[in-house]
Design a protein around this ligand. Structure first.
Ligand code: 5GP
Ligand code: MN
Length: 346
């Protein structure tokens, strides 16, 4: 039974051992939320360890506290298991199912510490004792700001905490343009700017840090790999291992690619299928009311948000593409209807 987060604040009255974890292949919201919360809790006198279940893009390395992050897949499993089992409190940020942290999920699931989920994705599993869960929150970073407020700690938000939170909000709102960009986002961001952050530098750190390989890969994908199905208002990419290797693809190099498919005129759903070493990874984006959360959940063991979701497939790349194509006719009407809504201006 999950309880609201306010009822756990008293557990933080005295110094505690705390672990913060976030989802596989953390993005700016996942890592920014984790590092902001770590810095806040350290200021409150706690002993805090951030454990990521995998590596993450180098364009996030500028965040304060990055050098302290332990990566479960790379580090000594025994040592990290010990830290996790000794924790009084385990914060789970920006995910709501232990499947999202892969092998580390087993360790967290067996740990005795209080589990606190802070998240904004749809349809959570019930693995935590306490939750701050709001699907209307634009980013988990918004919820971290609220958590700090609940702890009466807004005065402890310094430039470093504010930068990490801003990065999460900026990226999860698509630089303040997705429909999740509400009044609350702008109000919180105004407070973060008051804390002294340089917003254009954060933007540059994240978006103007591309390697030449990444840009060449983008050019290749757009010119050679984009498949458009006008009758379904769908566009997608299928990328195999050899293509990733040819462009020396690094973690994060394919992030954002699926958005180019969605940006094509007339497209309601976009998909990116990538052959990874363990499985085929899928990313989905959509416009209007077409729910890629539902689509990913129903067909590809995934989930996420209404307009941005992910999933996986244990079939090979070609069979995954065929499966995607086979289920599309079920959604034809819905895709066309959402295209019509998208065309309306008022
Ligand atoms: P992306 O396509 O950028 O990897 O992910 C889009 C959204 O879906 C993010 O909010 C991410 O956390 C979520 N997501 C990505 N992959 C998965 C997955 O395999 N399962 C679930 N439940 N969510 C995912
Ligand atoms: Mn997020």
């Amino acid at each position: 039974m999950m309880e609201p987060i306010a009822s756990m604040i008293s557990h933080l009255d005295s110094p505690k051992k705390i672990v913060i974890t976030t989802h596989h292949k953390p993005d700016a919201d996942a890592l920014g939320s984790s590092l902001a919360l770590m810095r806040f809790l350290v200021k409150k006198g706690h002993q805090v360890t951030v454990i990521a279940p995998s590596d993450y893009p180098v364009f996030l390395n500028w965040m304060e506290g990055n050098d302290k992050v332990l990566i479960y897949a790379q580090e000594q499993h025994e040592a990290l298991t010990k830290i996790t089992h000794e924790a009084d409190v385990i914060f789970c940020l920006d995910f709501n199912s232990l499947l999202r942290i892969h092998q580390y999920g087993e360790i967290v699931s067996q740990a005795k510490g209080l589990k606190v989920m802070i998240d904004h994705h749809l349809e959570p599993d019930s693995f935590a004792n306490y939750q701050l869960w709001d699907t209307k929150a634009a980013a988990t970073a918004v919820l971290i700001y609220k958590f700090i407020d609940i702890c009466e700690g807004l005065h402890l938000i310094d430039t470093c905490i504010a930068e990490c939170l801003y990065a999460g909000i900026m990226t999860d709102t698509g630089s303040f343009r997705h429909p999740n960009t509400n009044v609350e986002v702008h109000e919180i961001v105004a407070q973060l700017i008051r804390a002294g952050i340089n917003t254009s530098r954060i933007h540059k750190n994240i978006f103007d840090n591309n390697s030449l390989d990444k840009l060449k890969f983008l050019g290749f994908a757009l010119s050679e790999k984009l498949i458009v199905l006008p009758q379904y208002h769908v566009a997608y990419f299928v990328i195999n291992k050899e293509e990733l290797e040819k462009y020396h693809s690094q973690t994060g190099d394919t992030e954002g690619l699926v958005n180019y498919a969605l940006s094509l005129e007339g497209i309601v759903m976009a998909c990116l299928m990538i052959e990874r070493s363990d499985a085929v990874k899928l990313s989905f984006r959509s416009k209007e009311d077409f729910s890629v959360n539902q689509f990913a959940r129903t067909h590809f063991e995934g989930g996420g948000h209404k307009n941005a979701a992910g999933g996986k497939s244990d079939l090979d790349l070609k069979a995954t593409e065929n499966k995607f194509l086979e289920v599309l006719p079920q959604y034809e009407k819905e895709l066309i209807n959402n295209y019509k809504i998208d065309q309306k201006s008022c």
